[in-house]
Design a protein around this ligand. Structure first.
Ligand SMILES: [Zn+2]
Ligand SMILES: [Zn+2]
Length: 151
């Protein structure tokens, strides 16, 4: 284990990952590692969990994971997701024929149903221009319903 050991208020000693008897000033730790690493060239290599381009000796991995610069990004992305998780509104499912409408009479909203139901509505007694506009709007609405449903 290479838990930093506070020896004095102003200096921190770290344990060498290659040799537990090596105690190195934190400020000299990287320099020591470079030297000490050469004596352990046969070390198995491990990949940093925060950045796959960091290949470190197995003995150094634990220390590296504690000090890795990419760890901050990693932790930030977990704690503060860029997009808040949004809950899409529940899908509207028209009740199939034969369903007992009385059961759910409180929740039934005819206007809402007519707006969302995937059927072509028609206008009775409206002028030709209004009917045409209405049909266009209806086609648009149905296309949107279709594309929403295909997701
Ligand atoms: Zn060492
Ligand atoms: Zn790393």
């Amino acid at each position: 284990m290479s838990i930093p050991t506070k020896v004095h208020d102003y200096s921190t000693f770290l344990q060498c990952p290659y040799n537990a008897s090596h105690r190195i000033l934190e400020s000299r730790f990287q320099t020591h590692l470079v030297k000490c690493r050469q004596q352990y060239k046969g070390e198995q290599k491990e990949t940093c969990a925060f950045n796959h381009t960091h290949i470190v000796n197995k003995s150094e991995l634990e220390h590296h994971l504690k000090t890795c610069v990419d760890r901050k990004h990693f932790e930030r992305s977990i704690q503060e997701p860029e997009k808040p998780i949004s809950h899409p509104p529940p899908e509207f499912k028209p009740l199939p024929d034969g369903e007992d409408w009385d059961v759910d009479v409180q929740a039934y909203n005819p206007a809402e149903y007519a707006t969302k139901a995937p059927v072509l509505r028609s206008l009775q007694g409206a002028s030709k221009a209004v009917r045409k506009q209405f049909r266009n709007d209806e086609r648009k609405r149905l296309r949107q319903l279709k594309s929403n449903g295909s997701e």
